[in-house]
Design a protein around this ligand. Structure first.
Ligand code: URA
Length: 228
């Protein structure tokens, strides 16, 4: 049953949801960029998955188009309640054109299993649709150019809950430079959709001691989802 906007916001209030309003203006290596998304006008053609996918497929907005094998648009349920947003495709994703198919993806699938979710019922995508060479961190201008695609995916899916997988996704979606350690454990709001930030599985693979915190993040996400 769909909740009315007012009821939804009342629930979110009761959950102590943070409406993130940080607006940094200084230069930084962190990926936050001012939002540049287009507000549809009355005469604008409604967006569609076909249109969006074709735009992303032929995208040449940044230099990553010259080094990618192919774009990684995202996959899963187009009407998913859960939207997982990662950082950017890695080597395997770039080869296969699918998100989270490498080692980090395997751990993410384990996380889904722990949450009794399947890859088919969620939607998985990334902040960047093309692989940065040698898996370096995305550059600010790359995130800026790709940001509109992510926002359009969110608008088409209308998920109940967004999970920002890792620092880059969390900072991009929340438009902040805040550390992931400070962003996790709180329900944020992105255009009225609740968002939870979790550690990236690639980080967890390097830092096994953080696995307990990752488990807490998943419990928190499930508990939040149930209360929506
Ligand atoms: N890491 C990500 O953030 N996304 C992928 O698709 C793969 C690895």
């Amino acid at each position: 049953m769909a909740l009315s906007e007012t009821t939804r916001l009342q629930y979110l209030n009761a959950l102590n949801v943070t409406v993130w309003q940080s607006r940094f203006t200084h230069e930084s290596t962190a990926p936050f960029v001012e939002s540049s998304h287009v507000v549809p006008t009355e005469n604008s053609i409604p967006d569609s998955w076909e249109r969006l996918r074709s735009e992303v497929t032929s995208c040449q907005l940044c230099s990553l188009c010259t080094t990618r094998t192919q774009i990684v648009f995202g996959e899963g349920n187009l009407n998913a309640d859960w939207l997982f947003v990662g950082e950017a495709p890695g080597e395997h994703e770039d080869e296969q054109g699918l998100p989270f198919v490498g080692e980090a993806g395997k751990l993410l699938s384990e996380m889904f299993r722990a949450m009794q979710l399947t890859r088919e019922e969620v939607f998985l995508t990334n902040s960047l649709k093309c692989r940065p060479p040698l898996n370096r961190d995305p550059h600010v201008d790359e995130i800026k150019q790709c940001r509109d695609y992510l926002q359009r995916q969110i608008a088409l899916i209308q998920p109940k809950l967004i999970i920002a997988v890792g620092r880059i996704a969390a900072q991009t979606l929340l438009e902040t430079h805040e550390k992931i350690g400070n962003l996790r454990g709180t329900v944020h709001l992105v255009e009225n959709t609740p968002l939870i930030a979790i550690y990236h599985p690639a980080y967890l693979l390097r830092s096994l001691t953080e696995k307990r915190k990752a488990w807490q993040d998943l419990q928190f996400a499930l508990q939040t989802f149930k209360s929506l």
